[in-house]
Design a protein around this ligand. Structure first.
Ligand SMILES: Nc1ncnc2c1ncn2[C@@H]1O[C@H](COP(=O)(O)OP(=O)(O)O)[C@@H](O)[C@H]1O
Ligand SMILES: N[C@@H](CCOP(=O)(O)O)C(=O)O
Length: 327
């Protein structure tokens, strides 16, 4: 479910009068997604996505996200381009919420990841990092290492009800990750997506029939951080079998090789990748755990399993070297 705010058709028609997109032909709410309300629009000018920004997005940060997408799209990355109204503004208001219209991207996200998805993914991620250069404004990662201890504290009271002993295990894992984390300035930084899960990457078959990336969406966790951390997020999200236990080295190797062909990893980045993977596993474990225990009964949101990421964290803690994670 991701339509929290209802939009009436007369309000939408009036809203669109400020844009050069012609008349509204059809619209429907999109059930997928977690954070915001999304509608698919068809107007006389084509297809668009309307997003109404909900609870967890800070309205003050929206110009940064929209500015980054505009910068990346202008450099040829297949990401949504915010559409400006006639007053030159992409960020407007509808139904009492901050709202933006973006271009619609074709394609389908992979319900079942195959190694053939991972090379185009790695290439797209490297292109994203390279295209982000030159976007001057920065946004710190609120869900980076400094954010993990307070997040764990918020899960302390309820965590052991999810799995006995969980809080103590996470205390130990967090301490080890913070101890091993790269020192400031040690690794290259830039703008990262920070949530490039399969449901945020669209594919279409290329002329050879193999999957080609046709769209990267959902930039609302994007921030300025270690570039290699984005790879760690992808290794977590794309390279395990669905049970979260079995790591697929073939997928990881395809992802890392394709990335490295466009943006070669330094020796320091390669050495840091295992701890970045542990950090990324902990980050998604903590946000899922927090949502698991805090989501009110009856809320129309599908909670995601935090323990899937405990299994991934344990895998990366056991991994003995780069070869175990596809380097
Ligand atoms: N630019 C786009 N083009 C096509 N579909 C989109 C676009 N943006 C969002 N969507 C659709 O909306 C769904 C939810 O979008 P997403 O940004 O992941 O929402 P949320 O931020 O709420 O998690 C996606 O799975 C996709 O179906
Ligand atoms: N990818 C995160 C959840 C964020 O949801 P999204 O729909 O905004 O990508 C997770 O799996 O925990």
């Amino acid at each position: 479910m991701a339509v929290y705010t209802d939009v009436q058709d007369d309000a939408l028609r009036a809203f669109l009068l400020d844009y050069d997109v012609g008349g509204l032909l059809a619209f429907r709410g999109i059930a997928e997604g977690v954070e915001n309300s999304n509608y698919a629009l068809r107007t006389e000018a084509g297809d668009f996505i309307l997003t109404l920004y909900e609870r967890r997005v800070d309205p003050g940060e929206l110009p940064w996200f929209l500015g980054l997408m505009e910068h990346l799209a202008a450099r040829g990355l297949p990401c949504p381009l915010p559409v400006k109204a006639r007053d030159g503004q992409a960020l407007r208001e509808l139904a009492g919420r901050p709202a933006a219209v973006c271009t619609f991207l074709s394609g389908v996200w992979p319900r079942r990841v195959r190694p053939e998805h991972c090379a185009p993914l790695g290439e797209a991620l490297a292109r994203l990092h390279l295209a982000g250069e030159g976007f001057a404004a920065t946004r710190p990662n609120a869900l980076g290492p400094a954010g993990w201890p307070p997040l764990l504290d918020r899960c302390r009271a309820e965590g052991d009800a999810v799995q006995p002993g969980l809080v103590a295990e996470l205390d130990g894992a967090l301490a080890a990750i913070l101890r091993d984390w790269p020192a400031p300035g040690a690794l290259p930084e830039g703008h990262i997506h920070a949530d490039l899960f399969p449901d945020n990457v669209f594919f279409l078959p290329g002329p050879d029939g193999k999957p080609r990336v046709s769209g990267l969406i959902d930039f609302y966790f994007a921030c300025t951080d270690l570039l290699a951390y984005d790879l760690a997020v992808c290794l977590n999200a794309w390279c395990f079998e669905p049970d979260g236990r079995t790591f697929n080295v073939t997928r990881a190797h395809a992802l890392l090789s394709a990335y490295g062909a466009l943006r070669p990893l330094s020796g320091t980045e390669r050495a840091a990748l295992p701890v970045l993977c542990r950090g990324a596993a902990l980050r998604f474990l903590l946000t899922r755990l927090h949502d698991w225990t805090e989501t009110p009964a009856g809320a129309l949101v599908t909670r995601k399993d935090p323990l899937e990421y405990l299994r991934k964290l344990r895998f990366f803690a056991r991994a003995e070297g780069g070869a175990d994670i596809g380097l």
